[in-house]
Ligand binder design. Structure first.
Ligand code: FAD
Length: 392
C-alpha cells in the first residue's frame, strides 16, 4: 500500500522510512480513517471506549512492536514514534490506549519482567486477548511518586499483600491486568507487581466528568488486601529508578503523540480554510488565516524534528531521562499552541466536535499533564544541566 505524505509532515520525514515501514503505516492509516475516525466524536461525547478497536489494532500489528516475542518485524524507536503519531493524528484517546497497553503495561513486563513473565503476559497483551494498565499515580501522590507512594506491598511467605489506592489509571475500569507500583514495607523501595484485575480486593471506578481524552477510561482503583504470588513480582523492578526507566521510554512516545495531535488539528484547520468562504474568497486567502496555519506548521515541524532525533538517540542507546523529558515538555507546549491556532482558524466551528479541531484542542490538555507535567520535566532537565535537584 502507498503511503502519502501528510500535510503536517512538511519536510517529508515519514517518506524516509523503509518500504516495509511505510507499507505498515499506510495500512494502519487506512484502518484508522475507515474504522475509527468516523466514530470518535460520538464516542468522545458519550465518554465510551470502542472495544472493537482492541482486535482491530492488534490485527494491524500495532501492539507489542517493541518486543521480539510479539512484533512482526524488528522495529526502531523512530518507527514506533511514527506509529504513535499516526494514532494520535486520528485520535489522542486511541493513541493513549495503545500507549498504556504497549508502553506502560507491556513495557514494564518486557523491560523488568522475568523470561517466564514475558512468555506468559506479552503474547496475550499484544494479540488483543488481554488489555493492560499501569498503576503508579495515587490520589495523594502524582508528581512526587518517586517518594510519595502510599500503596504498600508486604511479603508473606511466597505471596505479597497489596493495599492502597491508585488514581487516573488509563484502561483501568475494563482491562485484564494492572502493573501496580507499591512500596515494600520491609525496605521502603518501590516494586512492581502484575495484578490480574479479577483478584479479590481489586476494584475500579471510572473517573467521570473529564473535559479531555473522554474516550479513555480512567480509573480510581482500590486495592484491599490484594494477594499476588511472588512469581508476579517484576524481578527487574527494585527501586523507583527502574520505574523511571519505563517512563523514559513512554515519555518519548508521548512526545510523538503530541506531534500527532498537533498534526490532526492542523490538517483539519487547513482543509476548513480551503473550503470556508468569507468576504467572497476562501479564508485560506486571508493573510492572517495563513499566519495561523503556518505558525502551527512551524511548531509541528520543530517538534517533529526533535522527536525524530530523540528516537535516533534511543535507537543508539544514548537517550537519557533528561532528553526524553525535554522532548515531552517542548512538544506538548508546541502542541498546545498549535491546536489553539487550529481552533482559531475555524472560528466558532472550532469549538464544535463535528469540525474535528475541538476534540484535539481539548485532548491536548491531558497529554500536556500526563507522563510528567511540564514542571516535572523541566525540573528533570534542570537537574541535568545544573547538577542541582530543585524538586522541593
Ligand atoms: P500534582 O502532582 O498534584 O501536580 C499539580 C500541579 O503542581 C502540576 O502543575 C505540577 O506540575 C505542579 N507541581 C507539583 N510538584 C511541583 C514541584 N515540585 N515544582 C513545581 N511544580 C510542581 N497515572 C498512572 O499511573 N497511570 C495512568 O495510566 C495514567 N493515565 C493518566 C491519564 C490522564 C488523562 C491523566 C490526566 C493522568 C494520568 N495519569 C496516570 C496520572 C498523571 O501521570 C498525573 O496526573 C501527573 O503525573 C501529575 O500528577 P497530579 O495530577 O497528581 O498533579
Amino acid at each position: 500500500m502507498t503511503l502519502t505524505q501528510l500535510h503536517g509532515d512538511f519536510f517529508g520525514l515519514e517518506m524516509l522510512l523503509t518500504d516495509q515501514e511505510k507499507d505498515f503505516l499506510a495500512q494502519l492509516r487506512s484502518y484508522l480513517e475507515r474504522d475509527v475516525k468516523p466514530h470518535v466524536n460520538r464516542l468522545w461525547e458519550a465518554a465510551e471506549f470502542p472495544q472493537d478497536i482492541v482486535a482491530g489494532l492488534a490485527k494491524c500489528g500495532v501492539m507489542g512492536m517493541a518486543f521480539p516475542e510479539t512484533r512482526r518485524f524488528e522495529t526502531s524507536a523512530v518507527f514506533r514514534g511514527w506509529v504513535a503519531l499516526e494514532l494520535a493524528r486520528v485520535d489522542a484517546s486511541v493513541a493513549t490506549y495503545v500507549g498504556v497497553n504497549n508502553g506502560l503495561a507491556m513495557g514494564s513486563i518486557g523491560e523488568l519482567g522475568s523470561p517466564e513473565q514475558r512468555a506468559e503476559w506479552l503474547p496475550p497483551l499484544s494479540d488483543g486477548s488481554m488489555v493492560g494498565c499501569f498503576g503508579l499515580t495515587e490520589p495523594l501522590s502524582g508528581s512526587d511518586s518517586a517518594q510519595g507512594l502510599r500503596t504498600t506491598a508486604e511479603r508473606r511467605g511466597d505471596e505479597w499483600v497489596l493495599n492502597g489506592e491508585k488514581r487516573w489509571i488509563g484502561n483501568g475500569t475494563w482491562c485484564d491486568v494492572c502493573v501496580v507500583w507499591a512500596k515494600d514495607v520491609a525496605d521502603n523501595k518501590v516494586k512492581g507487581f502484575i495484578v490480574p484485575t479479577s483478584t479479590p480486593g481489586y476494584s475500579a471506578k471510572p473517573i467521570e466528568g473529564k473535559i479531555s481524552l473522554r474516550i479513555v477510561q480512567n480509573a480510581h482503583i482500590t486495592l484491599k488486601d490484594v494477594v499476588v504470588p511472588e512469581s508476579n513480582r517484576l524481578p527487574g523492578a527494585n527501586s523507583f529508578a527502574d520505574t523511571a526507566m519505563v517512563l523514559r521510554l513512554t515519555r518519548a512516545e508521548v512526545a510523538w503523540a503530541a506531534v500527532g495531535v498537533a498534526v490532526g488539528a492542523y490538517e483539519a484547520a487547513r482543509t476548513y480554510a480551503l473550503e470556508r468562504e468569507q468576504f467572497g474568497v476562501p479564508i485560506a486567502k486571508h493573510q492572517l488565516v495563513q499566519h495561523h496555519l503556518v505558525t502551527a506548521l512551524g511548531l509541528i515541524t520543530s517538534a517533529l524534528t526533535m522527536v525524530r532525533e530523540l528516537s535516533m538517540m534511543q535507537d543508539s542507546g544514548t537517550m537519557g531521562d533528561e532528553h526524553a523529558a525535554l522532548a515531552k515538555a517542548v512538544t506538548t507546549i508546541n502542541m498546545r499552541e498549535a491546536v489553539a491556532h487550529g481552533r482559531e482558524a475555524r472560528g466558532g466551528n472550532g469549538i464544535v466536535l463535528e469540525y474535528d479541531v475541538a476534540r484535539f484542542f481539548a485532548d491536548a490538555e491531558a497529554l500536556y499533564s500526563y507522563e510528567g507535567t511540564r514542571e516535572m520535566n523541566t525540573l528533570i532537565v534542570g537537574r541535568a544541566v545544573t547538577g542541582h535537584a530543585a524538586f522541593v
